[in-house]
Design a protein around this ligand. Sequence first.
Ligand code: FES
Length: 99
Amino acid sequence: MFVPLERLINLEEGYRRTFRVNGQTLLLLVVDNRPVLIEDRCPHQGAPLSAATLEGDVLRCPRHGLAFSLSSGRAVQAGCPGLNMFRLAYEGDRVGIDV
Ligand code: FES
């Protein structure tokens, strides 16, 4: 089932917004003109990543400063689990997620 999140026309560089889907908080961002959907939860200790800083495609968690690549989802630091990433789906003029 397709769950729409946002209209394509609103996906501008710098876009960042959270959505609740099936009890999970998801974070949709546009980085390098590419939409990326991740869980809004740091894999380290669960801080919300919606408040993270962004440098290039590297997202840095505000709580302890661990960094994650939005291209690969991997943590920059060895030994830390990567981001929980979701595949985006498209229907009409909307981007969303298949659940
Ligand atoms: S909770 Fe994100 S770095 Fe620790």
